[in-house]
Design a protein around this ligand. Structure first.
Ligand SMILES: C[S@@+](CC[C@H](N)C(=O)[O-])C[C@H]1O[C@@H](n2cnc3c(N)ncnc32)[C@H](O)[C@@H]1O
Length: 212
């Protein structure tokens, strides 16, 4: 997908307003400027940021019908997918990130873009005391599926759905997670890489007992 195709994809799927385009452009500029200070995205992706990061994040919204309930994004790093989700839809997006410098960057993005539906917490997710059960949990490049489920189960309820962009090893990750967890899952091909996937996971239970 070229950068031009990425923008066209966004417009056709989300009917992006002029204001939202401006905010997305601003976010991309902030992200690129910050890479001089910290390693937020791979240098090889700087010239493909709309396809590799913005569309890659936005496509998660196709796997989860509009809901007013919050999304929780774990290991948000540069704000991917969280900031893109917060810009393209109105539900609250809560970011959990363990590195202080990244959290400071995310706070400045929220401030500059006047994002009223995004918040960020400096915490390790496994020790984050969630104020309520998460309706949707997402995480991009944070951890393999088995560890991801292990460290997020405490903030999940019976109806929680995990919406996860996964790379080319997704089938191995599912197989490894199956050894420890029972879950229902659905796979969609990623629009940015035909061998990558968007996994939607629900009804998670630890084998031998523990439930979401
Ligand atoms: C490879 S980066 C991915 C960042 C972003 N999601 C993306 O796709 O660009 C993984 C992020 O997870 C954060 N992280 C790692 N372990 C964590 C934990 N236990 N709790 C919260 N954040 C964590 C790291 O600090 C890092 O910013």
């Amino acid at each position: 997908m070229s950068e031009e195709e990425a923008r066209a994809w966004l417009q056709s799927h989300f009917d992006v307003s002029r204001e939202t385009w401006d905010a997305l452009e601003r976010y991309v500029a902030l992200l690129l400027a910050e890479t001089a200070k910290q390693n937020l995205i791979a240098a090889s992706t700087h010239d493909h940021i709309w396809a590799r990061h913005i569309v890659d994040s936005a496509q998660l919204l196709l796997s989860r019908p509009q809901t007013k309930a919050p999304w929780v994004d774990v290991g948000s790093g540069a704000g991917l997918p969280a900031i893109v989700l917060a810009l393209l839809q109105p539900s609250p997006v809560i970011m959990i990130e363990s590195r202080r410098l990244r959290v400071e960057f995310l706070r400045s993005v929220i401030d500059v873009l006047s994002l009223t539906n995004a918040s960020v917490h400096l915490a390790k997710v496994e020790s984050w005391n969630a104020p309520q059960r998460a309706a949707t949990i997402t995480a991009r490049a944070y951890a393999p599926l088995a560890k991801l489920l292990e460290t997020t189960l405490h903030m999940a309820g019976k109806k929680t759905v995990w919406v996860l962009p996964k790379g080319r090893q997704w089938q191995n990750e599912v197989a490894a997670a199956r050894a420890m967890w029972q879950f229902v899952f659905h796979v969609e091909q990623s629009v940015t890489d035909s061998e990558s996937a968007i996994l939607t996971i629900s009804d998670v239970k630890a084998k031998g007992g523990r439930k979401a």
